[in-house]
Design a protein around this ligand. Structure first.
Ligand SMILES: NC(=O)c1ccc[n+]([C@@H]2O[C@H](COP(=O)([O-])OP(=O)(O)OC[C@H]3O[C@@H](n4cnc5c(N)ncnc54)[C@H](O)[C@@H]3O)[C@@H](O)[C@H]2O)c1
Ligand SMILES: O=C(O)[C@H]1O[C@H](OP(=O)(O)OP(=O)(O)OC[C@H]2O[C@@H](n3ccc(=O)[nH]c3=O)[C@H](O)[C@@H]2O)[C@H](O)[C@@H](O)[C@@H]1O
Length: 328
């Protein structure tokens, strides 16, 4: 935000400032917060939109190219006076007026981001540059996300793209004074995950509902830590509203092997399914667990929903979309 700089020459004969208008507390004069969510038609983005729309002072603008997201995720807001949906690719410049930017646009599932790696890196690098340019022009606060690194592997279009995005954020912050927040998002799960995007939680839940074997990729002892999406959204908003630039890890430190995850899904969703071991993909990280000390200390945030409580919350949404009615 720009601030006027005083030259120290105070003119004592200057007129006193005018009395503030008594109308300043009326609703009409209180401007709304215009919030841009890029990738807002996606999984995390659409849940973030739901939460932001709960606040009557927020106007939410979503920008998405629908590569992995869908209008369906936002259908309850389409036509709402405080909501706008724009089909736009963040690799192209965008000229709009906003106060805050949540920059989430980027395919997150490995099979989608590996599908067109050049586009993935462009989305991360050029997309982030465009959003920083927008933030610089309008003086908005911007928050971006980061994922983990081998510079030449099949996951590098994503990992390295996120690293450059983070460098760009800090360069714009230091060089142009842009207010920034950086969240390092760890594996997140919940309703509205793409059913067939290959991510492990959505795969297992869909397989359990269809009565198919749960495909654990070898060796099955690799670990992940899964954060329920409402906890994630609360963490992102807490970061945006606070004073710390980050980077800050947002995730759930509860760590599970993929075999343990499969056993939990089997027990909770369909005890009749088999668990089978299948081949893995290259460069699969062997362990992932966030250290959330900073989030706890600086944001007063920690996740509330345990994996065994979160998994059943996805069942109804998945059954509806798969067209498989419930057990009762
Ligand atoms: N879900 C996770 O476990 C996880 C983990 C780490 C980081 N993240 C990050 O969080 C963000 C959101 O992830 P998600 O799980 O909601 O993924 P998602 O694929 O469901 O959502 C991404 C959204 O971005 C849109 N998008 C992609 N490229 C775009 C482009 N060039 N222009 C405009 N829109 C574009 C997609 O259509 C989609 O709606 C991503 O930046 C991702 O890298 C997610
Ligand atoms: O931050 C990142 O780098 C990325 O991390 C994850 O990618 P990943 O952890 O590989 O997530 P999944 O594809 O869900 O795989 C998790 C684990 O489950 C295993 N898996 C996957 C699918 C399956 O059917 N079975 C299975 O055992 C994989 O081998 C892997 O070890 C997220 O899905 C991405 O959104 C995120 O951006």
């Amino acid at each position: 935000m720009a601030q006027e700089v005083s030259n120290g020459n105070h003119n004592s004969s200057a007129k006193p400032p005018p009395t503030p208008s008594p109308l300043r507390f009326s609703k009409f004069f209180q401007s709304n917060m215009r919030i841009l969510v890029t990738g807002g038609a996606g999984f995390i983005g659409s849940h973030l939109v739901d939460k932001l729309m709960e606040n009557e002072k927020n106007e939410v603008i979503v920008v998405d190219n629908y590569f992995t997201g869908s209008k369906d995720n936002l259908k309850k807001w389409i036509g709402h006076p405080r909501f706008e949906l724009i089909r736009h690719d963040v690799t192209e410049p965008l000229l709009i007026e906003v106060d805050q930017i949540y920059h989430l646009a980027c395919p997150a599932s490995p099979i989608f981001y590996k599908y067109n790696p050049v586009k993935t890196i462009k989305t991360n690098v050029i997309g982030t540059l465009n959003m920083l340019g927008l933030a610089k022009r309008v003086g908005a606060r911007k928050k971006a996300t980061w994922g983990n690194v081998n510079p030449i592997g099949v996951r590098s279009c994503y990992d390295e793209g996120k690293r450059v995005a983070e460098t760009l954020m800090f360069d714009y912050h230091r060089q142009h004074g842009i207010e920034i927040r950086i969240a390092r998002i760890f594996n997140t799960y919940g309703p509205r995950m793409n059913i067939d995007d290959g991510r492990v939680v959505s795969n297992f839940i869909a397989q359990a509902i269809r009565g198919e074997p749960l495909t654990v990729q070898a060796p099955g002892t690799q670990t992940r830590s899964f954060c329920y999406v409402s906890d994630m959204v609360n963490g992102l908003i807490r970061l945006m509203e606070g004073e710390n630039t980050g980077p800050i890890n947002i995730g759930n430190p509860g760590e599970f092997t993929m075999l343990e995850l499969a056993e939990n899904v089997k027990e909770l969703i369909n005890p009749n399914v088999e668990i089978v071991m299948v081949e893995n993909t290259p460069d699969d990280p062997r362990q992932r667990k966030p250290d959330i000390t900073k989030a706890k200390e600086l944001l007063g945030w920690e996740p509330k929903i345990k994996l065994r409580d979160g998994l059943p919350l996805m069942e109804e949404d998945f059954r509806l979309r798969l067209g498989v009615p419930g057990k009762n």
